[in-house]
Ligand binder design. Structure first.
Ligand code: GRF
Length: 370
């Protein structure tokens, strides 16, 4: 058998620079009028999110130094079993990237000393931070030294922890939920949700909007906002019914769009299997009454006719019952003696628009903590 011989590979290059060497290198760069970018992190098991982040950071200046946490501090920060790779290995891998010029290792939990010694021109951090949320100690040094702070966007859903979860067969958790919004009518809740996204109330993204009504306001909102809007042909004229084919199409679309939470907002069809099992504990609905009072259609009318002094709205999980799933949150609305079903419905909806976004946010947080 023919054997192929390759030239020996030299792997003795010093992949880790000391802080002092790096500080000298920085001065040399400075003298040449070049700007040095600094970033820090663990960089255990490199993934595409790291690569994109590092490329973006490097493009801000002329050279880049990456400070990585020593193994002991990674264990403290991330727990037993981490890092997966030693600092020496992590440094070697990082040095192979075109964006990275130098790697230093710092043993403290914070990079403050490394920043102070190296004195970079630009400091960058991933977008889960804001200039305000930077660790006080680091921020104080950065500001005192007149270093330019740049917060870069984070690549969603890509993380070492998620990669490990995938390998362990555990479903990865995205940082923010991808929502599917389903409605049949005007879509004032859909609009309120879409418009509160990106605010403090709701950190999420809309993967798609679906409706069983082709001309619904809900799909109009999708068009207006440049979101994916899909009409699902319900396949049945029977009120509130979806055929098996329609249900399958919904499930397929949800999966293809990597949806985390299914948000019903005035969706006038009964949700059943296989959707319930496929998204078990991940389908939410909003109903215009304080459940368990007045489930079903015309809840505001039911409240006015019953002569109650208080009604409101409920966000609940969806199960096989009609408006009977676990209650996640409620907001009360007083019923005036002059109220008609319409006037009450308008005031309830104003509350719905606030309650739904906040409840989705809280529920997602709870799911992630599980
Ligand atoms: C809302 O009142 C909601 O509680 C109920 O249907 C109504 C939908 O209204 N499930 P809109 O389409 O969001 O304006």
């Amino acid at each position: 058998m023919e054997t192929v011989s390759y030239p020996p590979v030299i792997v003795s290059a010093p992949f880790i620079s000391t802080l002092e060497e790096t500080a000298q290198w920085r001065d040399q760069m400075d003298a040449e009028g070049k700007r040095v970018v600094f970033t820090n992190g663990v960089f255990d098991l490199l993934h595409v999110g790291h690569v994109r982040y590092l490329n973006e950071a490097r493009a801000l200046g002329d050279a880049m130094v990456v400070a990585i946490n020593a193994d002991e501090s990674v264990r403290e920060l991330k727990g037993e079993g981490r890092p997966l790779y030693t600092a020496a290995d992590r440094a070697e891998i990082l040095c192979a990237l075109a964006a990275v010029d130098r790697v230093v290792v710092f043993s403290e939990k914070r990079a403050t000393n490394a920043i102070e010694t190296i004195r970079p021109h630009i400091y960058t951090k991933g977008g889960d931070y804001t200039a305000k949320s930077l660790i006080d100690e680091e921020r104080e040094v950065i500001l005192r030294m007149g270093i330019d702070i740049q917060i870069l966007s984070l690549v969603q859903g890509k993380s070492t922890s998620n990669t490990i979860k995938k390998m362990e067969g555990v479903a990865p958790v995205s940082e923010k939920p991808r929502l599917a919004l389903l409605g049949s009518g005007t879509g004032s809740n859909v609009r309120a949700l879409v418009e509160s996204i990106g605010s403090v109330t709701l950190d999420a993204e809309v993967g798609l909007i679906m409706s069983d009504v082709a001309e619904s306001g809900v799909l109009e909102i999708a068009r207006e906002k440049g979101l994916t809007g899909i009409h699902i042909e319900p396949g049945s004229k029977k009120r509130g019914h979806l055929t098996d084919a329609a249900l399958k199409e919904i499930v397929d679309r949800l999966k293809a769009n990597r949806i985390d939470l299914v948000i019903l907002a005035g969706f006038m069809r009964v949700v059943r299997e296989p959707l319930l099992s496929e998204f078990s504990g991940r389908i939410l609905n909003i109903h215009p009454s304080l459940l368990p009072s007045f489930p079903g259609l015309n809840a505001a009318k039911q409240a006015v006719q019953a002569g109650v002094s208080e009604s409101g709205c409920t966000v609940h999980l969806v199960d096989a019952s009609i408006d009977g799933g676990e209650v996640l949150a409620q907001a009360a609305v007083p019923v005036e003696s002059t109220d008609t079903a319409d006037t009450l419905q308008v005031r309830i909806q104003a509350e719905e628009h606030i309650l739904y976004a906040a409840t989705i946010q809280n529920y997602w947080k709870k799911l992630q903590e599980k």
